[in-house]
Structures are given as C-alpha cells and as structure tokens.
Design a protein around this ligand. Structure first.
Ligand SMILES: C[S@@+](CC[C@H](N)C(=O)[O-])C[C@H]1O[C@@H](n2cnc3c(N)ncnc32)[C@H](O)[C@@H]1O
Length: 352
C-alpha cells in the first residue's frame, strides 16, 4: 500500500487533517508540514482519537507491551496503517554494518541496545530475522509513550502506535508539543510558536544526544544541546574496584557524563574524581576542602587530556565507508564537550 492509499483510508476515519500535509524529504523521510498560511501559537494542529491507537494486547504474560506490538505488526493483515508501514524501512544504518569499528562512546551503547533487542528476539522466534528486525524498529522509532491500564510502570509496557502522528519528525527546537488529552481521549499536537505555511511540524521526541539518536533512530543533528560524553572508561582506569563499588553504592556511577555549554560540572563527576585521592575523608555530600579542590582541578585537567586522546584514537580507528557525515559531527560534538568542560574546569574553584 502506498502513501495515497493510506491517507485515503486515514481521511475516511474522520480525523481532521486540513492543517497539515504529508511530504517526503531526503533528509528526514516523511514528515508533516503546515498547510495554513499562518498558525498561531497555542493552536490545535491535529487530534487523533484513542480508538485509532494500536495498543499492546497483553495476552501473553511473558511478553512486554513492546513485544506484543511486534507480534501484532507481523500478524495483522488487514489494517491499512500496518500495510503502509510495510513500505517503510526503519532499521538504523549502523545495524546493517555491525562490524564497523565504532568508537567506544557508540559501541558501549550499541551493545546495550543489542542486548535488549536480543532478549526480545529470543522470546519471539516464529519469524525470520528480517521480519523481526523490521517490526522491532518500526516500534522503536515510531511508538509513543502512553500509560496503559496495567500496574507495570515499565516503559516497554506503556506505549502504543498512533497512525499519522508518527509522521512527525524530531527537533530540539520544535514548534509543537504533543500530549494525550484525557477529556477528549485523543492525542493532540499543539503549536508552541507560530508556524508558517510549508513549515515542518516537529516535536522533541526526548532530550536525546546524537549518540542516542544515531543508535535508536539512525540520524544525528548538526547541532544538539543534549549531547553527552561518557567518561566511565577513563574513570575506571584511575579508580580501584573498591572505589568503583563505593561510587556505585551511592548511585553515582550511572551519571558520569560531561555536557557541552556553560554548565557546571556534575556533582557525581566531582565526587568520583575526588575519591581517587581522598579516600580517608571522602563523603558523598560534602564540598571538597580548599586543598582538595586544588588537587581536583589538576586531576580533572588530566582526565580531560586522557578523554581527548581516547576520542582522537577511537575516531582515527573508525574507518568507515558509510558514516562520514555522522563521524564528523560526532567527533566535533565530543571535542566541543571537552573544550567547554576545560573552560569550566579553568573557571571552577576560583577561590583557589
Ligand atoms: C516517528 S518517525 C517520523 C516519520 C518518518 N520520517 C517517516 O518517514 O515515516 C521517526 C523516524 O523519522 C526520521 N527522523 C525523525 N526526525 C528526524 C530528523 N530530525 N532528521 C532526520 N531524520 C529524522 C528517523 O528515521 C526516525 O527513525
């Protein structure tokens, strides 16, 4: 089924789509674009009623909602939306080239992502690899968070597919927001700024970094304020196992990232580095002493040098025929974070 047939069916459902057009671009695939000469801020652009949502059935207690949706997509033969989705190729390119020598900043997260993928694959074996992969990524790239009427709070159980709403592309400077309206029982898109004719309608999927966007959706943004640089590996090199356990016991280990922009260093990073030289008087909550701040500054500078060297090495080793643009953007992202953090480190602990 092609786009026109899908739109013909969708328009027959009674949903008002007169504010928008579906158009295709090479950079983003399909997307929604304004059809009105001017749409004011706070206007309702689109409203999709709950009866059109595709929700997990939860028939099989061993499967998550996400996995129920995989099976639904592969079994459903008559739904026009599913027929249209069959024409979409949702698989992020990196899955097609698993042997590329990805830098650690990517490969660690790719492994986590693939672990989750494989957990579902093991549970759903009645389809071939291509079928499963297609359905998995249709859901991964198009589902919407939606609280289901069940006790589980797990994200994978609280989601659904919403036809047509899933044409909206991601932006970190979006012009709309989407929400479920519990009075009208529909998912609504409302403008957060005025929109001109032919302007693309976008919303923020989540505050994803470029690494996450590449892994989950297969694209990166040229500028992304949500970028992060994980420094777990470099910290592992300067901490003993015992110290790592200590940091983990305070739940600090999972938030060891640097960010770009004029942010302060995160407390978890400061405290983790402090532990490398201050084992006797270290406490998770107290400010380091003046003397320790001095050491901290030196340690941070050394850490940044190590992180930079590792990034440079990893990116040199990433010989790829397929991701030149992504490689350049990600490399630039990481160097920007290191440079911004260096400025912060220089400015920090100014009283020293
Ligand atoms: C929910 S769908 C949006 C509709 C989709 N573009 C389509 O062709 O049907 C999400 C997918 O759109 C693409 N996408 C979304 N935002 C994008 C962006 N800002 N730049 C490039 N691709 C984007 C990615 O392929 C992503 O996996």
């Amino acid at each position: 089924m092609d786009l026109d047939e899908f739109l013909c069916w969708f328009n027959s459902t009674g949903v008002i789509t007169e504010n928008v057009n579906v158009c295709y671009s090479d950079s983003c695939g399909f997307g929604l674009y304004s059809r009105r000469s001017f749409i004011e801020k706070n206007s309702l652009v689109l409203s999709i009623p709950e009866n059109l949502f595709i929700k997990p059935s939860f028939e099989n207690k061993d499967l998550t909602g996400f996995e129920h949706l995989i099976i639904y997509l592969l079994e459903e033969k008559s739904n026009p939306y599913v027929s249209f989705l069959r024409s979409i190729q949702p698989i992020p390119q990196w899955c097609v080239f698993p042997n590329d020598k990805y830098p650690r900043q990517l490969s660690d997260k790719m492994k986590q992502h693939l672990n989750k993928y494989n957990q579902s694959r093991i549970k759903i074996q009645q389809y071939n690899d291509d079928q499963f992969q297609w359905a998995y990524y249709i859901i991964n790239t198009r589902c919407v968070h939606f609280p289901m009427d069940i006790s589980s709070k797990d994200q994978d159980n609280n989601l659904c597919l919403i036809p047509y709403l899933d044409f909206v592309n991601h932006s970190i400077e979006p012009n709309t927001m989407s929400n479920f309206n519990s009075f009208t029982r529909s998912y609504e898109i409302r403008t957060t700024k005025p929109i001109d004719i032919n302007e693309q309608i976008t919303f923020l999927y989540n505050p994803h970094s470029n690494v996450d966007l590449l892994i989950e959706y297969g694209f990166v943004l040229t500028s992304n304020l949500y970028n992060q640089l994980n420094i777990e590996y470099e910290l592992e090199q300067i901490l003993s196992n015992e110290q790592i356990q200590k940091i983990k016991s305070f739940n600090y280990w999972n938030s060891l990232e640097l960010y770009s922009g004029d942010n302060d260093l995160s407390w978890t990073v400061i405290k983790t580095i402090e532990l490398t030289f201050n084992q006797d008087h270290w406490s998770p909550y107290d400010d380091p002493s003046i003397e320790d701040k001095c050491k901290l500054k030196e340690k941070l500078k050394q850490l940044l040098t190590d992180v930079k060297q590792n990034i440079e090495k990893d990116f040199q080793q990433w010989i790829t025929n397929h991701f030149h643009l992504e490689k350049n953007i990600l490399y630039h992202d990481f160097l920007t974070i290191i440079r911004d953090t260096s400025v912060i480190v220089d400015k920090s602990f100014i009283e020293i």
